[in-house]
Structures are given as structure tokens and as C-alpha cells.
Design a protein around this ligand. Structure first.
Ligand SMILES: NC(=O)c1ccc[n+]([C@@H]2O[C@H](COP(=O)([O-])OP(=O)(O)OC[C@H]3O[C@@H](n4cnc5c(N)ncnc54)[C@H](O)[C@@H]3O)[C@@H](O)[C@H]2O)c1
Length: 408
């Protein structure tokens, strides 16, 4: 486990996932037996690792990644490092023939993330990328609504993600400062579009194009040492995604917004037969037959309580921590070849979408995305993204390929 001293590595992956799995006696396999996990903590600071190991009764830790990778006792390499340090470590783990499970984004660029997918495929190793948002209770409820046919034809998705991240001067920031420096792998597009990629493709359909406008609304922030720094990365992104089947998804991602919703992320899905609003936990619906008939009248204050027109869905299932659930799936994938489809290629699609979003914002143009499937693992020059003008009459102008050098 590389990077366990970090925010995600410690809380979600070590404590909530691997230690919880160890505590419950391991991962249940299809034959009714259990496979137990034994972690080794890897990091740069021996003192920090020793403290974590003692705190959680963990026998193994090391500052030498190469040695750990060379040791056949350790079967899965997992990575929660800062994004900029990830691909070098993953390349080593691929060369060592380990199964690999990693945080997103898999690399800092689409080209590198696709290269990692290719290398992993060539090496024949099992590989997985965190898709945690799909495991949120609210999104699980949404999936159930979609599968039930509740929506009829889905027309649109609108999503709001975000909250105010303090600038760091009069109150410490609640996210690491590297998030706000593009030279260190930061930026909300690179952080959130990989999530939007797998959320959209798994719930609604393939992302066919993106138009995005990013902004760095707060140009100067204060870091962990109290020093002011230039925020070079985007802290907000306003994007429209066109999906397979004609669904339009409009998602705002922002660290510069004050929350006026029930949860830090919320999606509204409108369909011909009904609508839903889901968050991390909650989900409420309004079917077609219970839809009120508002009439626009600016002369009269509207006394109708629109929020009372929605019905909260019950929580019929016990939802475990999503990181843990996905870890268990991945371990079953490694041990007994059970399915786990969220692989490095899905991770590469996440970075493709992030780069397309950034490109769209730079050029002011909509970026079309060609499918990125298994065939991309074979060919060094896959089909990829190309630019079209947003105006319909210019949509046939596919001349300039923007995401080089893979031509994507
Ligand atoms: N799935 C999610 O919802 C989610 C949420 C937040 C972050 N993330 C991802 O998790 C990763 C870690 O983010 P975080 O917020 O935990 O960051 P963090 O800064 O809290 O932790 C980063 C870890 O990397 C280590 N590290 C830093 N620089 C390094 C270097 N040069 N070489 C080796 N190790 C180094 C740090 O010691 C620490 O252990 C990022 O890739 C981020 O995109 C995912």
C-alpha cells in the first residue's frame, strides 16, 4: 500500500477498506471460504510508517518500494500517491508482475494513462482503478431507478458538485495545496472528470462529446506552511457532456461554491416518465403522474412548496463503504478471476475526458470523443478525439485533431 499517510490512502484505503477487511476475517470467496489480507505499508518517511504500523498493529512497512515489489509475498500493488508520483511507481509494479489497484487519475496525461493500460495488458496483470462514486448509496439507488425503467426515456442529467475550499489564509484549507497547482498534478478537471467519465458511462452511456469552461476564480492561496502561492490550476469547471442516445449531461464542479443543496454532490435526472434527484446518500423521485403544473407569473409570489412534490426513496439495502466494497471485488478478481471491469482502460477514458475538457476550455470548442475500447490496447495509434465547432453547420469540420501525440 503506497501512500498510506495521505488523506485517501489512510482513511479510505487503509482504515475503512483493508483494515476493515482484515478485521472481518478477509474477503468471502464464491466457494464460501475467505482469503485474508496482509498489508505492507510503503512510503517515504520511516517514522510516519512506524507510527501508523504501531497504531494499527501492522507488522510490515518499508521505505523501499523496489524491495517490496521484488518480494513475491506481496501480490497486489496499490497506489494512493499524489497523482504526479503515480505512473512511475505503477510502471515499476507492472514490470514486477504485480496485480495493481490504484486511485484515479491513473496518470497525469491521457497518453501516459493509455500507455499504462497497454503495458498492464501486455504484461497480463490484473488491474483496477477506484470507481468509488458508483458505490455511493445515492448512486446505487439511481442505478436501481434506471434499471427499473422508472425514467422512461432519459432526457438530461444536471449535476452540482462542490463546496467552498478555504483559501488557507484566515482558515486552513481543507484540501492539500497541490490540488491548486497544475505543475503538481492539481486542478478540478483532472480531479473530477475521471469520476464523471465512469459515472456517466456506467449509468447513462458513453460520453460522445464535451464542452467545458474552466476557471481559476481564486488566483492566490496559502499552503500548509502558511506561504502564499499562485493557484495555477482550475478550481471550477462548467461542462456539458453529450452522451450516447442523445442524453445531455450538464455538470458543474467547483471548489469555489457555497453549498445550497442537501449534499455535496447532487444529480437531477429528468425522463419522460419521471425525475429523480440523488446525492451521496439520498434519492427522491417525482413521477410523471405527480408532476405539478407551474405557471410563470412574475406578478405573484409563488406559494407552492416545490420540494414537497418529491418522494424520498427508502434505503432498502445496507450500503457498506464503497471503497471497501470495490476492494473486495478487486481481491476476488485477483484470487478467483471474478469480474471487475473498472480497469486501467476505464482510467484512461477518464483522463481522455479530462484532457478533452481542458482542451475545450482552452479553445472554446466542443470536443468529440471516439470510443476508447480494447482495440486501443493493441494499436499504438488509436482513433481518438477531434474538434468540432459547436455550431451545427460546422459540425462536419473534423479536421484538427487536438489531443496529440497519440492522435487522440
Ligand atoms: N477517489 C476519490 O474520491 C479521491 C478523492 C481525493 C483524492 N483522490 C486521489 O487520491 C490521490 C491522493 O490524494 P490525497 O488527497 O490523498 O493527497 P495527499 O496529499 O493527502 O496524499 C498524497 C500521498 O502521496 C505521498 N507523496 C506526496 N508526494 C510524493 C512523491 N513525490 N513521491 C512519493 N509519494 C509522495 C504523500 O506522502 C501522501 O502519502 C490523488 O491521486 C487524488 O487524485 C481520490
Amino acid at each position: 500500500m503506497n501512500g498510506v499517510s495521505g488523506r485517501m490512502g489512510y482513511r479510505q484505503h487503509l482504515v475503512r477498506s483493508i483494515l476493515a477487511i482484515r478485521e472481518q476475517g478477509g474477503v468471502l470467496l464464491s466457494d464460501g471460504t475467505r482469503v485474508q489480507v496482509e498489508p505492507i505499508l510503503v512510503g517515504r518517511s520511516e517514522a510516519k510508517l512506524a507510527e501508523l504500523a504501531a497504531r494499527h498493529d501492522i507488522e510490515h512497512y518499508t521505505t523501499n518500494l523496489d524491495e517490496a515489489l521484488a518480494d513475491p509475498r506481496w501480490e497486489i500493488y496499490s497506489d494512493f500517491l499524489v497523482t504526479s508520483a503515480r505512473s512511475a511507481a505503477i510502471r515499476k509494479a507492472i514490470a514486477a508482475g504485480k496485480a495493481i489497484y490504484t486511485e484515479k487519475p491513473t496518470a497525469e496525461s491521457f497518453e501516459e494513462s493509455l500507455e499504462l493500460a497497454r503495458l498492464a495488458s501486455e504484461a497480463g496483470i490484473k488491474n483496477g482503478v477506484v470507481h468509488d462514486k458508483l458505490y455511493l448509496p445515492g448512486l446505487q439507488k439511481l442505478k436501481r431507478l434506471i434499471d427499473s425503467g422508472f425514467f422512461g426515456e432519459i432526457l438530461s442529467v444536471r449535476g452540482e458538485f462542490g463546496y467552498w475550499v478555504f483559501e488557507g489564509d484566515w482558515q486552513p484549507a481543507q484540501r492539500p495545496s497541490w490540488n491548486y497547482r497544475s505543475e503538481d498534478g492539481g486542478g478540478i478537471v483532472v480531479d473530477m472528470f475521471p469520476h464523471w467519465s465512469y459515472v456517466l458511462e456506467n449509468l447513462f452511456g458513453r460520453v460522445e462529446s464535451v464542452y467545458a469552461r474552466t476557471a481559476t476564480h481564486i488566483p492566490t492561496r496559502v499552503d500548509e506552511n502558511g506561504d502564499a502561492y499562485a493557484a495555477t490550476a482550475d478550481d471550477s469547471a462548467y461542462a456539458v457532456f453529450e452522451l450516447e442516445g442523445g442524453i445531455v449531461a450538464q455538470l458543474n464542479s467547483s471548489w469555489v461554491v457555497r453549498v445550497n443543496r442537501d449534499e455535496l454532490v447532487e444529480f437531477q435526472v429528468d425522463g419522460t416518465l419521471g425525475s429523480a434527484v440523488v446525492g451521496l446518500f439520498g434519492a427522491k423521485v417525482q413521477p410523471r403522474v405527480a408532476t405539478p403544473k407551474p405557471v410563470w407569473n412574475p406578478d405573484l409570489a409563488d406559494s407552492h412548496d416545490y420540494s414537497s412534490d418529491w418522494m424520498e426513496l427508502p434505503t432498502n439495502d445496507v450500503f457498506e463503504n464503497g471503497f471497501k466494497t470495490q476492494w473486495e471485488q478487486f481481491i476476488r478478481h485477483v484470487v478467483e478471476d471474478a469480474p471487475h471491469e473498472y480497469d486501467f482502460l476505464a482510467g484512461a477514458r477518464g483522463m481522455l475526458l479530462a484532457e478533452a475538457g481542458l482542451e475545450s476550455s482552452r479553445t472554446g470548442r466542443r470536443i468529440d470523443l471516439a470510443p476508447l475500447d480494447e482495440s486501443a490496447l493493441m494499436s499504438p495509434e488509436p482513433e481518438g478525439a477531434e474538434v468540432t465547432d459547436a455550431a451545427p453547420d460546422a459540425a462536419s469540420d473534423h479536421s484538427s485533431s487536438v489531443l496529440s501525440p497519440a492522435g487522440v
